[in-house]
Write a new protein. Structure first.
Length: 83
């Protein structure tokens, strides 16, 4: 059985002025995630442009920290598996 995965969730608010910079940083995080076999998903609120929720999922906490350049952006959630 494969090891349980870990996940972080971060809500971000990005002004219209900061949007291009945010999107470039997001592209960089996704590329870095690919190198450590992690995943990054980002969703923008349909009702509030500039309000994002970002999920980073990986095999372990170290990989999540790598995606976020050595820092943990939020509490870590561990995958739960039934018997």
């Amino acid at each position: 059985m494969a090891a349980a995965r870990v996940l972080t969730m971060v809500e971000r608010r990005v002004s219209a002025i900061e949007r291009d910079t945010f999107m470039q940083a997001l592209d960089a995080r996704r590329q870095l995630a690919h190198t450590v076999r992690a995943n990054v998903w980002v969703f923008e609120s349909a009702d509030e442009p500039g309000r994002f929720i970002e999920f980073t999922e990986a095999a372990d906490v170290a990989d999540v920290a790598t995606v976020h350049q050595g820092t943990m952006p939020a509490p870590v959630w561990r995958e739960v598996r039934g018997d």
